[in-house]
Each structure stands twice: as structure tokens, then as C-alpha cells.
Design a protein around this ligand. Sequence first.
Ligand SMILES: C[S@@+](CC[C@H](N)C(=O)[O-])C[C@H]1O[C@@H](n2cnc3c(N)ncnc32)[C@H](O)[C@@H]1O
Length: 244
Amino acid sequence: MPSDWYKSAFGDLYPIIYAHRDDEAAAAEVAALIQWFDLEGSAALTLDLCCGDGRHGTQLSELGLSLIGIDLSPQLLERATMRPALRSRLVRGDMRQLPFGAAFDLVLNLFTSFGYFIDESENRQALFEMGRVLAPGGRLVIDHINRDWVEKTFVAEDQRREQDYVIRQRRTIEGDRVRKAITVTWQGGREIRMNEDVRMYRPEEIQGLLTASGLTQIQIAGDYHGAPLGEQSKRLIVTAVKPG
Ligand SMILES: C[S@@+](CC[C@H](N)C(=O)[O-])C[C@H]1O[C@@H](n2cnc3c(N)ncnc32)[C@H](O)[C@@H]1O
């Protein structure tokens, strides 16, 4: 599996493979976050780190937050540009080296946009960057996969149809990483293959990494409402604050 899989996995086919991760799902997540962190009416300067096609960012902007989105994928940024609220608010960049100072009141890293690098020091560097670009008192929210849920609901292989495409996914868990080999086939038999390779974290591990990045008030939750992490939690939501 190529170590830079993330450079090709988030292209034009990504919105088809993850069609269920749409604007409607994002609206519900944003509404819950706004309530959880009491952001109603706030104009907080917010970074949507790994913003993808801007499905969360557009909703946050419409609610009044002052949003910047950053992502590595030209294709997904192109789609984000089509959203009027985001057009002039997008930057192409890498999470390991963010082109900002300590400016943001809120940094959001949503829907498994972390743990991509095989060299763990690069994942730590990305976390460090998230903390560095927060203003004193600013808050970080990371929405990652919940390792226990991934292991409990593990399916080695499945196949489904989405529009004109057949999507076949083969998964393995190797140590701390969950790996996917995805094959997308469409009319005429044309086929494209891609990979995903994501580091999973235990709550106490990510807590330690955030502490080492200088962040405090670390909370671990199981959903966007702040419910406690439990056996039925599909997600691992981690929040932390940069000391003032
Ligand atoms: C799973 S998607 C989630 C996108 C978005 N947050 C959402 O919820 O729809 C992960 C995103 O991370 C971006 N990405 C991958 N590697 C990156 C990197 N090194 N730096 C910045 N963004 C990256 C991808 O292009 C993709 O948009």
C-alpha cells in the first residue's frame, strides 16, 4: 500500500464512495456541535481542517461563524469553491504544515481526517499544528473512528452499487491501522483502485498526544452531542482547549 495513499484517495470518486456523508448529515453534525459548544450567534474564527467539499464549512458559515477551509485535494476544493459561502475562504495546504499563525477560536477536524501518515511522528506533527494555530483559549474538535466500534463491527469485504458504479471494499486491521482496498468499476468495465490506511487511537493515547501538544481540558465523547464514549459509540470525538 503506498504510504501517500491520501494524495489519490480523495479525488472525484470520493463523493460517490462516501455518498452517505452528505450535506444533510453535515447539517445535523453542525447543529449538534453548535449546541454542545454554545456557539449560537458566535462569529468565532473557525478552521475546517481537511474541509473536503465544504459540507460542514458551508453550514457553519451560514450560521455566522467566520470560516476558513483547508484541504490537500484539488478536486474536493474545486467542489467546495462552488459553494457561495466558501468561495473566497478556501486554501490548499497540508495538515502537517499549516500556513497560519495562532489565530483560530475553533479548529475542526471532522470525519476521520487524521491518522493518515505511516510515520507516527507525522500524525503527531499534524496534531501539533492543530494546537499551534489555535488562539489562546481556542478549542479543537477531532471526529475520528472509534477503534472498539471498528473492531466490533468489522466486515472484511463488501460490495454495493452507487449510481452507475459498483464499489467493492476489502478491509484489514493490521496492528493499530485499519486498511481498505477500494475498487470502483463502472459501465464498460473501467476500473479504478485506491487505498485508505488510517491509524486508530485509544482514548487515553490521543489524550496523551494532545497533552504533549500543549492542549488542556481534554474531553472524550462518543458523538457530536457530547454523549459519553460507550460500547455503541461509532465515533471518537475528542475536544481540547489551548491554554489562555
Ligand atoms: C475523510 S475526508 C473528510 C472531508 C471532510 N472533513 C468531510 O467531512 O467531508 C478527509 C479529507 O482530508 C483531506 N486530506 C488528506 N490528506 C491531507 C493532508 N495531508 N493535508 C490536508 N488535507 C488532507 C482529503 O483531501 C479529504 O478531503
